[in-house]
Design a protein around this ligand. Structure first.
Ligand SMILES: [Zn+2]
Length: 187
């Protein structure tokens, strides 16, 4: 039994027993909120319990570190779609303590790529195409600074509506405690 088979056989039962009925909602967030947070395993359910949000309440965008690294990348596009098409009126950026991205060393990532069979020449080709992989894999030193930076990117994006509050918070992945870093009502 592979993991995929496990998932598919569970899913068959889930659907046939109509377990989905507990989750029926619409694509519009009832709390008119979009959250950008980290893909960390500890936040899968904890973030929602700790913020009192459930299925149907919010749009959720996740990546490694809750980082907006590119003004015209897919994270920023998702935030804009959430605001303009899906009725989100506030943005929360929620980073967390002990984030994998705070410890990322790009040298180590590149070393592991090579150990898994990615050729040095491929890395050279990417480098000479003008892409700095060290920068691309770079994490952050302090999660608060990273959250502030992401809030700033969203708040001052040329396509973001000026009346959208953008808040920044840091969550403790053990206790779920939230610390406010940026109050979007005041900025
Ligand atoms: Zn993280």
């Amino acid at each position: 039994m592979t993991l995929l088979n496990d998932i598919l056989s569970y899913n068959e039962e889930f659907v046939s027993l109509k377990k989905y009925e507990d989750f029926t909602t619409t694509k519009y967030p009832d709390k008119r909120l979009v959250i950008l947070t980290c893909m960390d395993t500890r936040l899968v359910e904890l973030l929602h319990k700790a913020t009192n949000t459930k299925n149907g309440d919010v749009k959720i965008i996740k990546n490694a570190g809750a980082i907006v690294s590119h003004p015209f990348g897919s994270i920023m596009r998702s935030l804009l779609i959430a605001v303009y098409e899906l009725h989100a009126d506030e943005v929360l950026v929620i980073g967390h303590h002990d984030c994998g991205m705070s410890a990322i060393n790009s040298d180590s990532v590149l070393e592991k790529l090579k150990q898994r069979g990615i050729e040095e020449q491929t890395l050279e080709t990417i480098k000479y195409s003008g892409i700095d992989l060290h920068e691309w894999f770079q994490g952050f030193d302090r999660v608060e600074d990273s959250v502030k930076h992401s809030v700033d990117m969203v708040k001052h994006h040329p396509l973001m509506s000026k009346d959208i509050p953008v808040h920044g918070l840091v969550i403790d992945p053990e206790t779920g405690k939230l610390d406010l870093v940026v109050n979007g009502y005041e900025n």
